[in-house]
Design a binder for this molecule. Sequence first.
Ligand code: BGC
Length: 326
Amino acid sequence: MSNSRLFLYTLCGVIFCISFIGMIIYGYKTFFIETKKVTSEDYQYHFALIAEEADNAYWRMIEKGAKKAAAEHDIYLEYLAPTRADNDNLLKLLDRMISAKVDGIIVQGVEGERFVDLVHKGVERGIPIITVDTDVPESERKAYVGTDNFQAGKLAGKALIKKTSGKQHVGVVLGRFNAINQKLRLQGFQEVINEHSRIHIVAMKESNISSIGAAQAAYDLLKEFPSINTFVGMSALDGIGITDGIQEIAPDRNFTIIAFDLIPETLALIRDGKINATVAQYPERMGTKAVNVLIELQEHDLLDNEKYTGTKVIEKGDLRSRGEQK
Ligand code: BGC
């Protein structure tokens, strides 16, 4: 074999090996999957909880509630999620859990036909699937456990009305434009503020459900529309990010900020008076309830399949008296 041919073969071999290793590393990083191995004999049922994003504080609370209920009922609960929010990856995980023939699946509802088709596939194979946090009522999901997102949006609107007087030029930060729960919250919010001519939405941006994304969104909104004097953040890390973004571009101005959820950083910002109010959801309760509903579904179908877990507006005054829950 000539030297140049040998060199070519070696080069191809090296490129192949690098691509192969890269593929394995990429595949590992794209999905978050627990590695703990269990055998089915150890547990009564094996359930999967598929979250929007693995290390999101809000989803970790849902996981906590779900694991608590699972521990009480001899259930192996697997927590899975894309590393960063991504519908395509979430749907792949859902498909994989259906193929793995788990006993039940709790999943965030996402937009589009593929979700509806996958739920149909799961149900055909006898796997009960329920939605948590975000519903897709047109799918064959057996139940929904979570917030009434339209009503939650209305609460944000009412909080804004209560907390302000005079003209309000609102910048809205949404988690993701194509998330069903964000769209419903926005609709509820708009329905309430449309009754008040002093309040109008100036512009909206998405945070991609990260606080850095929300900081960037708030920064960009203020740069483009300096008239904004109020912000509303529609997903759990948006309020926190908005305060950071404002700090960067307009540290001396006063803004009204209405947030969503009650994770520890939001709580601290409410205490400091930087966030004026938040629409609290009850993620731990969602996790616990979802597992209990799946247990029930092992025996029989449910008649009442919309299980709302409640929402509440929390402001500084509410925190002094009692420690608000997760
Ligand atoms: C939403 C979740 C979302 C989370 C992001 C919550 O308010 O209900 O759908 O994943 O915020 O941080």
